[in-house]
Design a protein around this ligand. Sequence first.
Ligand code: GLN
Length: 194
Amino acid sequence: MRIGVLGLQGAVREHVRSLSRLGVDTRVVKRVDQLDEIAALILPGGESTAISLIGGEPFLERLRELAKSGFPFFGTCAGMILLAREIEGRSEPYVGAIDITVARNASGRQVHSFEALLNVDGIGHDIPAVFIRAPYITRLGEGVSALAKYDGHVVMARQGNVLVSSFHPELTDDLRIHEYFLNIVEKRNQEDMK
Ligand code: GLN
């Protein structure tokens, strides 16, 4: 089971490091054809506009196709913006794999980055979370579960095999969130083999 990390821009190495510490075969994905060689994809934080421009329409189109087939995605921060069905102030989504609306930079400017400890449904307590100009989830569609809140805002959610977080779990040493995503991927792989 190989997991891809979208390697166009942003906190790519940090996700690779977390996955490697869990003993997972990891591949940095920079080209569309590499998407065929992985069982799941992590979209890192960084700058959503930059990531989408570097990848371009063919990349986004392939991600949209994969989303329709139940492919597991985990988007952190900018990655969550790329996966959201709706982005405040923007007419079109990028991939639209999860039925949420997000507000970009909702938690303030770069100087307002902060760390918090979160309780995450189904995962555990006191999970360290780094927020950097983080987007907040402002609407949850039907079938989307809120997994964590901070200051009254939903900051982590899941719909089927798609997981998103406003914050960066890969910038901490806590591997519980990555482990949770791996479970989603493993379950899906087992179902495919049935
Ligand atoms: N504000 C960034 C964006 O809009 C996301 C910030 C981050 O990924 N740390 O893409």
